[in-house]
Design a protein around this ligand. Structure first.
Ligand SMILES: *Cc1c(COP(=O)(O)O)cnc(C)c1O
Length: 353
């Protein structure tokens, strides 16, 4: 399919000079530009980088009513020499199209997603923070825009990329509540980074917070027994300080790129990784025997987040992340690969500038 040539309209009012990089709240500040590409009636009709700003949409916009919207989350890092690099960006490109296919969206061409992203980062390079642990968070997303009230596959879409400077890796430890009543998503839909899944997670997460937990550990939607993932992270259990247990991809949860990277890195470092259907009762039995030594989540935002408490059916199981070794080594190594501090044996880091 032919793709319109990228047009770039630069801002006349850069906000960069006034931006306070010393205190950056997550997800609230956006760089000077955004990429917008429009798809209409079977073809991509525009492809532009424009000043960041509001969109104007009909109140009948299909995706507002029927949630036909998918997104991605990725980061650009600055290395020791000041170069800017992306981490496995082609995986995000493939995933947004797998997510979109599940909700009947046309695929975004590589030239628009990866080509446009590279140009956007080059233009807004000043927005990639320099301090230790910081990065530019990138949010590509796509949604149906046909002004039509009725459930059918729309024929108009916008694909957009916005970027947001973020502070040091969020690494507060997290407590999780195992919800054995509500499900996040059914198989097929659960593996898509599809907006509706996140709306469906809000009420159970609020309920877990009211009970004093930070997030929910989701189980499968059919039996409410098979471990899936936590919030916007995949989950790992470390057994006997040498084996990682993690759910095998089953279409019910999101196949994280950090999850895949941690699995490959752990094997490279000599750990055993067991991907399987883990029943929560078997995991809890291993915890009670003292075999589970660490629990952690993986995701682009914090790479690895340590879990310090797991609540299941009225009992709390406590963990002490200050004693974690395996997950600390994995996080440290992956962050150093992303930042170009140590060699990248996997070819994951893609330099932009
Ligand atoms: C994005 C996301 C993850 C983590 O995926 P990464 O590619 O590692 O960032 C895990 N679970 C859910 C539900 C997610 O949305």
């Amino acid at each position: 399919m032919s793709v319109p040539e990228l047009k770039i309209q630069k801002t006349q009012n850069s906000r960069l000079a006034d931006f306070d990089f010393s205190n950056i709240p997550f997800g609230k500040n956006f760089s000077d530009h955004m990429l917008i590409a429009e798809y209409s009636e079977g073809q991509w009709v525009s492809n532009e980088i424009v000043p960041y700003g509001n969109l104007s949409l009909s109140p009948a916009t299909t995706s507002i009513h029927y949630a036909q919207s998918v997104f991605e989350g990725m980061k650009a890092h600055r290395d020791e020499q000041g170069h800017i690099a992306l981490f496995r960006p082609e995986e995000n490109f493939k995933r947004i199209n797998r997510s979109g296919a599940r909700i009947s969206m046309p695929p975004v061409p590589e030239e628009i997603f990866l080509g446009g992203l590279n140009e956007l980062i080059k233009l807004d390079h000043g927005w990639v923070p320099k301090a230790e642990g910081t990065s530019l968070y990138i949010r590509p997303f796509m949604f149906g825009t046909e002004p039509f009230i009725g459930v059918k596959t729309p024929n108009r879409y916008l694909f957009v990329i916005i970027t947001s400077p973020v502070g040091a890796y969020y690494s507060e430890d997290v407590s999780v509540y195992v919800d054995d009543t509500n499900a996040r998503a059914v198989k097929g839909v659960g593996a898509a980074k599809f907006a509706g899944n996140y709306a469906a997670s809000l009420m159970p997460v609020d309920a877990a917070r009211a009970k004093g937990y930070k997030d929910v550990l989701w189980l499968d939607a059919e039996q409410h027994e098979i471990v899936q993932e936590v919030g916007t992270m995949n989950i790992f259990f470390v057994k006997n300080n040498n084996t990682l247990l993690t759910p095998a991809l089953d279409a019910g949860f999101l196949p994280g790129i950090t999850r895949d990277s941690i699995i490959q890195l752990a094997k490279y470092l000599g750990y055993t990784v067991e991907e399987a259907r883990w029943n929560i009762h078997d995991i809890v039995a291993m915890i009670e025997k003292g075999e589970i030594t660490e629990i952690f989540g993986t995701g682009t935002a914090a790479v690895i987040t340590y879990i310090n408490r797991l609540g299941f059916q009225g009992k709390d199981y406590h963990f002490d992340p200050s004693k974690y070794m395996v997950s600390v080594l994995l996080k440290d190594t992956l962050v150093k690969i992303q930042k170009g501090i140590i060699e990248d044996p996997f070819g994951w880091v893609k330099r932009v500038l």
